[in-house]
Design a protein around this ligand. Structure first.
Ligand code: SAM
Length: 264
């Protein structure tokens, strides 16, 4: 039996945990609102800034990530471009010769999807205004999902990993392309100078948004390292998780699979 002192300790701990949980929820709500508004504001200049600030490398990174999706295994399936923005990934995937399926481009900032409207051009892409934490797709319905430079912005990473996992078919893959921090000291120093000093200035000037391009390096700094992200994918239920660094570790691509069921 617990003594009265122990009960009050338990109560204090429960109070503390409840306060922590509500502070975390409030923090997540603030982040969500900021991110949604910020991308809505910079939407008209987003593509231009992407090309200029990444010196065009972002296109190569998206191609490498798409090559890991394994869409060829179910070329007529339904795929998800999560945090789709201006639909670059959806456009490249649907332009593949053998692709016969469709792509849902989900993003919670409608102006971003609108800015990518020209990329639809009769392609089997369905832009959908939706939150990454509540996808409007049935369980086990997707043949694959990919998120490019989006997941670091989502307020609850683990919940997002679980939500995509729910929507995947057994055997389907989730590919995550995201910025990361280079390990080699010289590359790291150059990257740091560019990311924290050059990029915010050019980004701020061209987009007209004061904080969007200071938010970018900060969000990369706060995003889990490659090995930690891989572990969190496993914790969310993915199997065969692997990752590869791109361009001296400036970006990384992670892949995980939903376990096959053995109904024999
Ligand atoms: C940096 S952009 C990336 C766009 C695109 N995937 C690309 O590769 O250029 C990040 C996108 O994620 C979207 N986003 C962030 N959090 C989201 C969430 N919780 N649900 C849906 N979209 C979200 C933003 O609105 C934004 O369009």
């Amino acid at each position: 039996m617990r003594g009265p002192g122990e009960f009050s300790r338990v109560n204090r701990l429960a109070d503390f945990e409840a306060r922590e949980a509500s502070a975390a929820a409030a923090g997540a709500a603030v982040k969500r609102a900021y991110v949604q508004r910020m991308f809505s504001d910079i939407a008209p200049r987003y593509d231009l800034l992407n090309r200029v600030l990444s010196l065009g490398i972002d296109r190569y990174w998206r191609r490498v990530a798409l090559a890991r999706l394994g869409w060829e295994r179910d070329a007529a399936g339904t795929f998800l471009d999560l945090c789709a923005g201006t639909l670059d990934v959806a456009r490249v995937l649907t332009a593949r010769k053998a692709f016969r399926g469709r792509v849902i481009g989900a993003d919670f900032a409608e102006p971003m999807l609108r800015a990518g409207k020209s990329k639809l051009a009769g392609r089997p892409i369905a832009p959908v205004v939706a939150d990454a934490l509540a996808l409007p797709v049935p369980d086990g319905s997707l043949s694959g999902a990919i998120v490019s430079f989006g997941i670091r912005n989502v307020a609850d990473l683990d919940a997002c990993l679980r939500e995509v996992h729910r929507a995947l078919r057994p055997g389907a893959r989730f590919v995550i392309l995201e910025f990361s921090t280079p390990r080699v000291p010289l590359v790291r120093a150059v990257y740091h100078a560019y990311f924290h000093h050059v990029l915010p200035r050019i980004g701020g000037l061209v987009s007209g948004h004061r904080t969007a391009y200071t938010y970018l390096p900060d969000s990369v700094k706060n995003f889990p390292e490659t090995t930690v992200l891989a572990a969190r994918m496993q914790a969310a239920g993915y199997v065969d998780v692997s990752w590869r660094a791109l361009t001296f570790g400036i970006a990384a691509v992670h892949v995980g699979e939903k376990q096959q069921t053995n109904n024999r």
